[in-house]
Ligand binder design. Structure first.
Ligand code: FE2
Length: 577
């Protein structure tokens, strides 16, 4: 046994609370509760606080939700595990060590809000190990090559590892100064986006025509290094991370190679009747984004190939923010670099609360988990609860027996439908429980939905497809339940669903199965019956940069504050006309 744990729960089921989020250098705060071998709850803090990415926040409301979902109290928790080794993080930088455990308990479970007799044990886990576990332990693979790539962990920006029958073994680490995550952040900043806009940059790259891999990468046997970037950047004593220093080094590199003007334009939003300021990119900037994407692809593919060559295992798991780069993931599949690929739907830092908890379950009980093909682990609301909210706000609705059929009919007629059902999904993508849906066969839907969400019009929108039909539409693709692969759409099929095909003829689809989400599957099936197309446009149910909606109240507010036509909330149907 890894260390002694006194079990509290009946049936000897261990109760582990995984956490992410800290008051400095923190983002994507989240909480995850595992009891025995079951993930009971997982949610990002931003869904409750309504502050996107939860910068410098503790996972307070997400923790409260987890305990509530399991109907347990603090005394029932056997172990709290953090997805960061905070003591190591501080000591590496010569910082005074605060009493982390005391701080965590007093801030997450303040008295008198929580009553408890004993204080749970707290463990800190290496950040990249938590990332690795978040994908590997839910992949269903016995053995897997593991690639973790993000901005940085305590002392690395990348980790190559191998898992054999449950044990994760480190192979090598990539220094912080060579961070691919920070390269992406720097490129975003350089072009006028926000540093966390790597997803937008990927979308912009699809508009690029000419691009080349940056000339400062030196690829060696297992990893790579960067010319003129010091391998061991000085760890900063006045700050907990090296992000600023590395981003500035990248900006300097970009300035020596590219010369851009930042063009802000004011444009009229015809749906909202107001003016928006938006950055408009010219072809040279789109080509820059394309070069960034090519460089990232070259680096990740090199690492994947080297790692697979080293381990001999072509089943690959990826975690860390770079795992959200769908274009790179698609190449790993279409070029058959991997046999199978599994990426946590919360590959970003939010997923380390889950990864840390999963890792501790394995260390203590050697429990294994089945492959996870859905992440509906957030709050749910019954029809009775929804009705109370609607009645209180004097909203006119009808209760429908087959809401899937009704929603499919309205979608086929070109209406935009907000779809609020069941447990909220975790991770950055909406996967069919908190989604805005539209008809992908109508090309203008791309613009209408982007306008509704105040999204830039050059950004692509993604489809959900019944898995049974996926191979008819996407070339050299594989099962992708979390919308994490980008693949070419067959040309004849691209014409069928123009609203969800990017300018480079690719699409970042979600494979939908009955097993993972019966109601959503049924909705698409009903749409198929009417239109003969097994695909709908699916984007997250949030407006203008807000986090994805969590509660009925938030759904109603977003519905009425936007140009969405209909709201399907539980079995209730609401329209504006
Ligand atoms: Fe990370």
């Amino acid at each position: 046994m890894f260390f002694e744990i006194q079990l509290n729960m009946k049936n000897n089921k261990i109760v582990i609370l995984g956490l992410n989020g800290w008051f400095e250098r923190g983002h994507d705060a989240s909480a995850c509760l595992i009891i025995g071998s079951e993930i009971i709850a997982f949610a990002e803090e931003e869904r409750f606080t309504r502050r996107r990415y939860s910068f410098d926040s503790m996972p307070l409301l997400s923790t409260a939700y987890c305990l509530d979902e399991a109907d347990i109290n603090v005394d029932n928790i056997d172990l709290i595990v953090y997805g960061w080794d905070l003591p190591l993080e501080y000591s590496l930088r010569g910082r005074d060590l605060p009493d982390f455990k005391k701080y965590i308990i007093s801030s997450i479970f303040p008295k008198p809000l929580y009553r408890y007799q004993k204080i749970p044990k707290i463990k800190f886990l290496n950040h990249h190990l938590a990332h690795a576990a978040s994908s590997y332990r839910l992949s269903g693979f016995d053995n897997a090559s593991i690639l973790v790539l993000d901005g940085q962990g305590e002392n690395a920006s990348g980790t190559l590892a191998y898992a054999k029958n449950g044990k994760i073994k480190l192979i090598c680490k990539i220094p912080i100064s060579y961070s691919l995550g920070y390269m992406m952040e720097a490129a975003c900043k350089f072009i006028g986006l926000k540093t966390f806009d790597a997803g937008k940059l990927m979308g912009l790259a699809g508009h690029g025509k000419k691009g080349k891999v940056f000339d400062n990468f030196i690829f060696n046997k297992l990893t790579y290094s960067l010319k003129d970037f010091p391998k061991d950047i000085d760890l900063l004593k006045d700050s907990l991370d090296e992000q600023e220093k590395i981003i500035n080094a990248w900006i300097k590199y970009f300035e020596s190679k590219f010369n851009f003007k930042k063009n802000k334009v004011v444009k009229f939003n015809s749906l909202k009747g107001n003016l928006n300021t938006e950055i408009q990119f010219d072809q040279s900037q789109k080509d820059f984004a394309y070069s960034v994407q090519l460089t990232l692809e070259k680096a990740v593919i090199h690492l994947a190939k080297s790692l697979i060559n080293f381990t001999g295992c072509k089943d690959l798991v990826i975690a860390g923010g770079i795992g959200l780069n769908c274009t790179t993931n698609g190449i790993l599949i279409s070029q058959k670099i991997v046999d199978d690929l599994y990426i946590s739907p919360a590959a970003n830092d939010a997923g380390v609360s889950m990864g840390a908890a999963l890792e501790m379950v394995y260390k203590i009980k050697e429990s294994k988990f089945n492959r996870l093909d859905h992440i509906f682990l957030g709050p749910k609301f019954s029809d009775i609860e929804i009705k109370k909210v609607l009645d209180k706000q004097k909203i006119y609705y009808i209760k429908v027996k087959n809401i899937e059929k009704l929603a499919a009919k309205f979608l086929s007629e070109g209406k935009i439908v907000a779809w609020f059902q069941g447990r909220m999904e975790g991770g950055p993508r909406a996967l069919g429980n908190r989604s805005i849906l539209a008809n992908p066969k109508i090309g203008s839907m791309h613009y209408v939905v982007n306008e509704i969400k105040s999204r830039e019009n050059w950004r692509p929108l993604a489809p959900s497809i019944l898995e049974d039909y996926r191979k008819d539409y996407f070339e050299k693709s594989s099962f992708s339940p979390f919308m994490l692969q980008n693949h070419k759409v067959y040309i004849n099929k691209a014409k069928e669903v123009p609203a969800v095909v990017h300018t480079d003829l690719t699409s970042r689809y979600q494979s939908v199965t009955k097993k993972a989400n019966k109601k959503y599957y049924q909705l698409i099936k009903e749409f198929y019956k009417i239109t003969k197309t097994p695909i709908i446009l699916n984007t997250s149910f949030n407006i203008a940069g807000e986090p994805i909606v969590c509660t009925p109240d938030q759904a109603i507010r977003s519905f009425y504050s936007s140009a969405i036509d209909c709201l399907a909330i539980g079995n209730y149907w609401i329209t504006k006309k």
